[in-house]
Design a protein around this ligand. Sequence first.
Ligand code: FES
Length: 161
Amino acid sequence: MKRNDIKSDFEKMADSLESGIMEQMQRNYSHTVIDHAMNPRNIGKIEGAEGHARFTGPCGDIMEIFLRIQNNVITEVSFMTDGCGTSLASGSMVTELVKRKHIQAAYRINQKNVLEALGGLPEEDEHCALLAASTMKLAVQDYLSTRNHLWKRMYKPGERS
Ligand code: FES
């Protein structure tokens, strides 16, 4: 067998494996979930964010959310997680939902809102949407607790240089 034939057989096998995985994902997850898991929006850290939360869900996965806020409106938002693909999709979606929104609207976002925006999740993954919504609530609370006492931000545990 020629070298090119081997490569082409390997590529065919990889393609078929990839399409098998994709078909399985499409059976279990909406197009929106797959899109946000594979191309997460707003991922990363915002230095000196006005609102920040780091929350560990019951499964042990961690999510962090960063908010830049002006006149009580979220002007920039980002997240990070060490969790699964659905927590990535949930973090991505919750950050999209709060962009340019008043902090009260962001505070009210709950698990159901994230699930609806994602087109649903299998029951065993629904807690990933809760992790995202809970972390968002805590990030808004963080902003509210320090907005009139800006110096307190310097004393947050784990954020001192
Ligand atoms: Fe823990 Fe998804 S399994 S957040």
